[in-house]
Write a protein that binds this ligand. Structure first.
Ligand code: TPP
Ligand code: MG
Length: 553
């Protein structure tokens, strides 16, 4: 056995489920060893796609993501996806060949590259380290929730591995990663004083609101129980969308995507408790959703988050589920913010589709709100929705509902366009029980289109919706009103339906609400190939969440 095989075998033995990548000579053996060890390997067509698939897979499966790339350009191609994963604290292991000879065409400083984008760099420097480095990469990825680059120098990879395989396997250990969104839980419980103080604040609050983020996706039951006692209303950040779905007190997403009702009620809170949520500018509309008079509490594994963004008056360090359970033991039931009037308002105006609007469809183009509502009605509820970036992104985020926190995959920490399709692929592989839906702009769709063949090849029953305004709409709406020339950000029409058919997809072009009948036909079955919905959308105005985005630059 050579070292590359030993590393692959060790990771397979550690319980890695699925790996994604593009195979070249420098990662050929390690990838085959993963496969020989029982790992499913998904071949992407671009390393950027592979990295994002692994990221989305990890987010939606709760297992560590693995990416396998060739040295040099294999890694540079993966970088945008890796940056997104690193910023999102996704547990991810990147296996990369490494040309350590500076004369090699493939040589770059791979460790520096990884560090520059927030990942952790490691290297198997000798055959003896094969097992221990693999185990360490796994531990740091899972327990510290980091993106870890494990460099495999070409000469070391090819060297014989002398140690017995069972020693390797034993060194690597054998256990699954924690559940989705649940980071490694420190063994010490939260501080008694902090728990008591949060219980006291909840006992005194008239209008408490909980905002749950990525760090709370595993804690629905505990948070709902505590909210019930304290009379709190429930909201989430975008990445945790769906967490409280079905609760009569669910305000859905807080921030740019919030309904007018959610924004009003969150602003009316006298106590905001952020659970595994940083309260960043997106979740709080630059802080304006938190009333200046409101007390703010943050519960988070990472105390560094207490002072960032909207700062906390009280920080409680610990796992969200544990803290919520401990606090619940000390809170007497009270109505708080919950009343029959509020319940009726949440029922009547709690969803975007309840908010009246004027349908602007016409002239061969469909209003993106009408499109999104139509899709929400037509597509099966057991779905998993992935969203790319751009002006369009709020429409599917706000109007296409999801069944729970496992129904929304939002790879937007780096705000890159072009990640949406690969996100949907990774999510689809994590949740084969759900209909994957990719919502893309025309710009993001064409940037990530290398993976369209992957969708077809894998036989994923995916619905890919392209909100086509023949432009980088975000830029058009930002600069257009000031009279700037827009030739650099506008494009002639492209027949995306024909492109999709060429790849082997079914496709329907939607220029009016009636054209959605084509989607209904596909849904009726047999759904034996993916469907691309090429929606020619109206684009008279920019979106309100876009204004928000540009304020953050
Ligand atoms: C990789 C990358 N390149 C450029 C940008 C800047 N950018 C943000 S939105 C956008 C336009 C996206 O166009 P499209 O996907 O068609 O969505 P639209 O805004 O038109 O709805 C661009 C170019 C970015 N965020 N990421
Ligand atoms: Mg566009």
């Amino acid at each position: 056995m050579i070292v590359a095989e030993a590393v692959g075998r060790a990771l397979a033995a550690r319980g890695v489920g699925t790996a994604f990548g593009v195979v070249g000579s420098g990662n050929f053996h390690v990838t085959n060893a993963l496969v020989a060890g029982g790992v499913r390997f998904v071949a992407a067509r671009h390393e950027g796609g592979a990295a994002t698939m692994a990221d989305a897979y990890a987010r939606m499966s709760g297992r560590v993501g693995v990416v396998s790339v060739h040295q040099g350009p294999g890694l540079t191609n993966a970088l945008t996806g890796l940056t997104e994963a690193a910023k999102s604290r996704t547990p991810l292991i990147v296996l990369a060949g490494e040309a350590t000879e500076v004369q090699s065409n493939f040589h770059i400083d791979q460790a520096a590259l990884a560090t520059a984008v927030g990942a952790v760099a490691m290297r198997v420097s000798s055959p003896e380290e094969a097992g221990s480095r693999a185990a360490e990469a796994y531990r740091v990825a899972v327990e510290e929730r980091r993106t870890v680059l494990l460099n495999l120098p070409l000469d070391v990879q090819a060297a014989p591995f002398e140690g017995p395989v069972d020693v390797l396997v034993a060194a690597a250990g054998k256990s699954a990663a924690p559940a989705a969104g649940s980071p490694a839980i420190p063994s010490a419980g939260p501080s008694v004083a902090e728990v008591g103080e949060l219980a006291r604040l909840l006992g005194a609050a008239e209008r408490p609101v909980f905002i749950a983020g990525r760090g709370a996706r595993h804690a629905r039951r505990e948070l709902e129980e505590l909210a019930e006692l304290a009379g709190a209303l429930l909201a989430t950040s975008a990445v945790a969308k769906g967490l409280f779905r079905g609760s009569p007190w669910d305000l859905d997403v807080s921030g740019g995507f919030a309904t007018p009702l959610a924004a009003e009620l969150i602003r009316g809170a006298d106590l905001v408790v952020a659970w595994g949520c940083a309260l960043n500018m997106w979740t709080t509309r630059h802080g304006t959703l938190v009333s200046p008079g409101a007390k703010v509490v943050k519960v988070d594994l990472d105390p560094a988050s207490f002072k960032t963004h909207v700062p906390a008056d009280l920080g409680v360090a610990g796992d969200v589920a544990r803290v919520a359970a401990a606090v619940a033991a000390q809170v007497a039931p009270r109505p708080g913010y919950r009343s029959p009037e509020i319940a009726a308002r949440v029922r009547g105006e709690g969803r975007w589709r309840d908010v009246p609007y004027e349908d602007e469809s016409g002239g061969g183009r469909i209003d993106p709100r009408t499109l999104s509502i139509g899709l929400d009605d037509l597509l099966p509820r057991e779905r998993i929705v992935a969203i790319d970036s751009g002006n369009f992104m709020g429409y599917p985020s706000m109007f296409v509902d999801v069944p729970d926190e496992g129904g929304f995959c939002f790879t937007q920490a780096f705000q890159s366009i072009g990640l949406g399709l690969a996100t949907a692929i990774g999510a689809a592989i994590a949740r084969p029980d759900r209909l994957p839906v990719a919502a893309l702009g025309d710009g993001g769709a064409l940037m990530g289109i290398a993976e369209l063949e992957t969708v077809v090849r894998l036989g994923l029953p995916m619905v890919i919706v392209v909100y086509d305004d023949e432009a980088y709409g975000a830029e058009v709406h930002h600069f257009g009103p000031h009279g700037h020339p827009l030739g650099t950000v506008t494009f002639p029409p492209a027949d995306l339906a024909a492109i999709a058919r060429g790849h082997g997809c079914a496709a329907v072009t939607v220029g009016a609400p009636g054209d959605l009948a084509g989607v209904a036909e596909w849904v009726a079955g047999p759904r034996d190939r993916p469907l691309l919905v090429h929606a020619k959308v109206t684009a008279e105005h920019g979106s309100w969440w876009l204004e928000e985005a540009f304020k953050g630059h």
